[in-house]
Design a protein around this ligand. Structure first.
Ligand SMILES: [Zn+2]
Ligand SMILES: [Zn+2]
Length: 260
């Protein structure tokens, strides 16, 4: 069996829970330990059950819960060397680092975890594809644009979390963000817009994909409706409307996906 729950996703925090017959893990820990524990309790689990945490990159919306979780629960952290070097000073006594090379595939119980590099303004950011006998789950957020490599890596997903960060017009019209911040978001090492997400979806959604989660939505420069409409329209136009589309939110978990 496999159970997958996005505990929250957005520019203010990201964390997901994945469970198989043999392993229970988190992808990122971008909420407080208390908040993650509370959301796990909602699905009958707790941080005490978690056996591994996979980290995409060191930005605080992906790792802010790690120092406390590491201190209290001592759960092994799987990440690449540059990410670990950044995190280590915040948790100097923690030693259960499981380092992988970006691009490599590591085995963990009944999962094969493939990481792949993404273009984003972090030390060594990666996406993940979790390969399981029942189907593969992909994570593709925090990237400025989709390289050929990432398209190839997530193409076999049965479920995929895909970034749809901002609506281009809302970002341009936004008055809170200085010009330099907007340039960073829009750059090739920033974040995928709804339109860019729609283009990626048109390339990676096949009839094998059942669930497509739009992740990492900006609270000010996007809305679930805009993101869903943009991606759904593109999938209709390209004859690829196979997958169920879901939006995600930072403050509320998604329904659990269950494969048996
Ligand atoms: Zn992020
Ligand atoms: Zn980031």
């Amino acid at each position: 069996m496999l159970r997958f729950t996005i505990l929250g996703s957005g520019s203010s925090g990201n964390c997901a829970y994945l469970e198989t017959d043999h392993v229970r893990l988190l992808v990122d820990a971008g909420f407080s330990a208390k908040q993650i524990d509370l959301r796990l309790a909602g699905i009958g689990r707790s941080l005490a059950d978690v056996q591994a945490i996979f980290v995409t990159h060191e930005h605080s919306d992906h790792v802010c819960g790690l120092p406390v979780i590491a201190r209290r629960h001592n759960i092994p952290i799987h990440c690449n060397r540059l990410t670990a070097e950044y995190l280590h000073p915040q948790m100097p006594s923690f030693s259960r680092w499981h380092l992988f090379e970006s691009g490599a595939t590591v085995e963990l119980a009944d999962l094969k975890v493939n990481s792949f590099s993404v273009p984003h303004d972090a030390y060594d950011p990666v996406g993940f594809m979790f390969h399981h006998a029942l189907g593969n789950i992909g994570f593709l957020t925090d990237l400025g644009y989709a390289t050929r490599l990432v398209i190839e890596r997530v193409r076999q997903a049965r479920a995929l979390v895909l970034e749809a960060n901002h609506d281009l017009r809302l970002l341009q019209e936004d008055t809170k963000r200085p010009w330099a911040v907007k340039q960073r978001i829009l750059s090739r090492h920033g974040h995928l817009s709804n339109d860019a997400a729609a283009d990626v979806a048109a390339e990676v959604v096949t009839d094998q994909m059942e669930d497509l989660y739009l992740g990492h939505l900006s609270a000010d420069c996007n809305s679930p409706r805009r993101a869903l409409d943009t991606v759904s329209r593109k999938l209709q136009e390209t004859g690829r409307a196979f997958a169920r589309l879901h939006s995600t939110a930072p403050d509320k978990p998604c329904d659990t996906l269950a494969w048996d």
